[in-house]
Design a protein around this ligand. Structure first.
Ligand code: PEP
Ligand code: MG
Length: 314
């Protein structure tokens, strides 16, 4: 047994050394298509791990952890400190901050929600913000201020209507107007994007694309809502097919709609790290893949082995 595990350890160390050789290299296919391989993070320590694994940016900063770890709603200053630090750590690399995705599987003591029969279909994310706009305004102020410290974008989860995006944009414009009057610096060109994680968002992706600067596909929720499979229910495992053709088709439709309107499209759900699908996503035209830090170099290795000019054998 000892010999077996020592051999496994040696193999893993050798694989690690081979992956390290990819640090500093581009995530580019044999025929020259470049894709951005980014990381999903929940705090600045994760950003550190992302940078150590040579991420090309942060495609998803899960800001709700700031709320989940706090007895009271996080203040503008507390949020600003985290976002600005992450932005500075990343320098020119893009930092996509997701507005708080509280509700359903992510409950926060500082934001108690009434009991619901179906919380996954209930009061969560942007819906909560519409009910309590002051929460979004505080968060947007912190994000906009942090945008002066690096390359920051903001994205909104659980979108189902173009009108929701227009409302968020109005909120952002109000915050930026206030900052301007107060002489506080911010990036006037900060990108505003949305997560595509509901079938409704996929079906109206053309309309949504007119309202925003990028899409990031949340395949965890998109799979849950497309296949009507509760992502929290372990008993449903036998029915779960992460490569369900409906989900893959929804991803392709989203990428096509985004590109028709000249915006970039990424994937930040778990599927982004699934190397069995990397070539499929590249052939669909995806621009960015965002994942856990450990997956960056393995995914880059696969991307660099792909030749999109040759017919797929998949
Ligand atoms: C997703 O739904 O794919 C996603 C990235 O968001 P979360 O898993 O945090 O809901
Ligand atoms: Mg989600």
């Amino acid at each position: 047994t000892l010999a077996f595990y020592l051999e496994k350890k040696r193999e893993e160390e050798a694989a690690h050394r081979r992956r390290q050789a990819l640090v500093g290299k581009k995530s580019v296919t044999q025929d020259g298509r470049e894709v951005h391989v980014c990381c999903n993070v929940g705090n600045c320590e994760d950003v550190q791990a992302a940078l150590q694994n040579d991420c090309e940016g942060v495609g998803l900063f899960r800001s709700e952890f700031l709320y989940m770890g706090s007895e009271s709603l996080p203040s503008e200053e507390k949020q600003y400190a985290q976002y600005a630090r992450a932005a500075r750590m990343l320098g020119k690399k893009l930092l996509v901050i997701r507005t708080m995705d509280i509700g359903a599987d992510k409950q926060a003591a500082c934001l108690p929600l009434p009991h619901e029969e179906n919380p996954a279909l209930g009061m969560r994310s942007v819906r909560l913000c519409r009910q309590r706009p002051e929460i979004l305004l505080t968060q947007l102020r912190a994000v906009c201020r942090a945008s002066a410290e690096g390359n920051v974008a903001v994205m909104v989860p659980m979108i189902v209507a173009a009108e929701e995006v227009r409302w968020v944009r109005e909120m952002a414009a109000k915050v930026q107007g206030d900052l301007q009057r107060e002489g506080i610096p911010f990036d006037k060109n900060m990108q505003i994007g949305v997560m595509i994680e509901t079938p409704a968002a996929v079906l109206i992706a053309d309309e949504l694309a007119e309202e925003c600067d990028f899409f990031s596909i949340g395949t965890n929720d998109l799979t849950q809502y497309t296949c009507a499979l509760d992502r929290q229910n372990a008993k449903l495992e036998p029915f779960f097919n992460p490569h369900h053709p409906a989900v893959l088709r929804a991803i392709k439709m989203t990428i096509d709609a985004g590109h028709r309107h000249g915006i970039w499209v990424g994937i930040c759900g778990e599927l982004g790290a699934d190397t069995a699908l990397t070539e499929t996503f590249l052939r669909m035209g995806v621009d960015e893949l965002s994942m856990n830090a450990k997956s960056v170099l393995p995914v880059r290795k696969i991307i660099r082995s792909i030749d999109l000019s040759k017919p797929s054998d998949k």
